[in-house]
Design a protein around this ligand. Structure first.
Ligand SMILES: Nc1ncnc2c1ncn2[C@@H]1O[C@H](COP(=O)(O)OP(=O)(O)OP(=O)(O)O)[C@@H](O)[C@H]1O
Ligand SMILES: O=P(O)(O)OC[C@H]1O[C@H](OP(=O)(O)OP(=O)(O)O)[C@H](O)[C@@H]1O
Ligand SMILES: [Mg+2]
Length: 285
């Protein structure tokens, strides 16, 4: 498995796979590869941009990286899970005061600075515009001011970098999100497909738990109808007897984090005791 060793996708990738129960040990910040005990899994820490090539060539079987760099690599990879982070878009932008920004029209001869030459060239070719692509490693946003280009094609998330550099977004080339990628060849191998499926399921369980809480409370048996109204839950709340107490039961349920305030105050109103809410690490439905 390959995961980004630095940059925007690194931290969330590590957090996800750790929560999924993949133990990276203590050395992962320094070592570029970690053998995960018990799982027969080796994790490689490499640049997000290189991961599509490593997956495509079979150097690794699967990995986490952005849809943007995967599309830029021009490889036919299989996206097996969207990870709900690293959301951004590759966009064309031009200086606010330029004719391009005012009219939104892009004409032959336009010079576009980008670290995404493949996707940007394709974008202009598809529109029949002959553009000059100026490849830069980063900081594309400064290129119009430097006179290096008329426009840029770069990643936008909140838009604050564009605003700070007085650039106006003209059009989206592609939307992107971090995802788990593999190849059809790997999926055609039943053994690898099963093992990657298991890891992907574990990662999905972390995503599904996100924002949900586990609530527990003791209530009088006579108030159980009220509890069902307060906590619709996944298939309704679980009800457990309390040893030595025939009138009270313990109820437990998964709730959405947004509901937590309402659920707790409604449970209090019906006389519940020992109300507890807890974060959920994984949820396998
Ligand atoms: N502002 C952002 N918000 C969300 N995701 C982003 C953002 N910028 C980049 N990404 C995602 O993170 C991936 C890696 O970007 P990152 O900036 O970490 O790499 P880099 O620019 O090549 O490296 P570095 O910035 O460390 O030199 C991008 O390909 C994209 O999928
Ligand atoms: O729309 P925004 O929220 O401002 O995000 C967009 C910026 O984020 C990325 O850069 P990053 O911060 O990763 O720095 P980099 O240029 O070193 O990659 C990207 O290259 C943009 O410059
Ligand atoms: Mg960056």
């Amino acid at each position: 498995m390959a995961i980004p060793n630095k940059g925007r996708l690194n931290e969330r990738s590590i957090e996800l796979i750790t929560k999924a129960g993949i133990n990276l040990g203590d050395d992962w910040g320094r070592k570029l590869n970690i053998k995960v005990p018990d799982l027969d899994l080796e994790v490689f820490f490499v640049r997000a941009q290189d991961i599509p090539i490593f997956i495509d060539s079979g150097a690794v079987d699967f990995g986490i990286t952005g849809q943007d760099v995967t599309a830029e690599a021009g490889k036919e990879l299989k996206n097996v899970l969207n990870l709900r982070f690293g959301q951004c878009r590759l966009s064309i932008a031009a200086p606010e005061e330029s004719a391009i920004a005012r009219t939104g029209k892009m004409e032959d001869g336009i010079r576009v600075a980008t670290s995404f030459p493949y996707l940007t060239r394709k974008y202009f070719e598809d529109r029949g515009i002959s553009a000059e692509i100026v490849f830069v490693q980063g900081a594309a946003e400064i290129m119009p001011q430097l006179g290096v280009s008329d426009a840029i094609s770069d990643l936008v998330a909140t838009g604050s970098t564009l605003r700070m550099n007085r650039l106006k977004e003209i059009d989206t080339v592609i939307e992107s999100e971090a995802s788990v990628f593999t190849t059809q060849k790997v999926l055609d191998d039943p053994d690898k497909k099963d093992r990657i499926g298991e890891i992907v399921d574990a990662i999905r369980s972390v995503l599904d738990a996100d924002g949900r809480k586990y609530v527990m409370a003791d209530v009088q048996k006579s108030r159980l109808k009220d509890v069902e109204r307060i906590i619709p839950g996944i298939g309704g709340p679980t009800v457990v007897n309390i040893a030595g107490n025939d009138d009270w039961v313990a109820v437990q349920a998964v709730i959405s984090g947004d509901d937590s305030y309402r659920v707790v105050s409604d449970l209090k109103k019906i006389g519940a005791k020992g109300i507890l809410t807890m974060p959920i690490e994984r949820l396998v439905e």
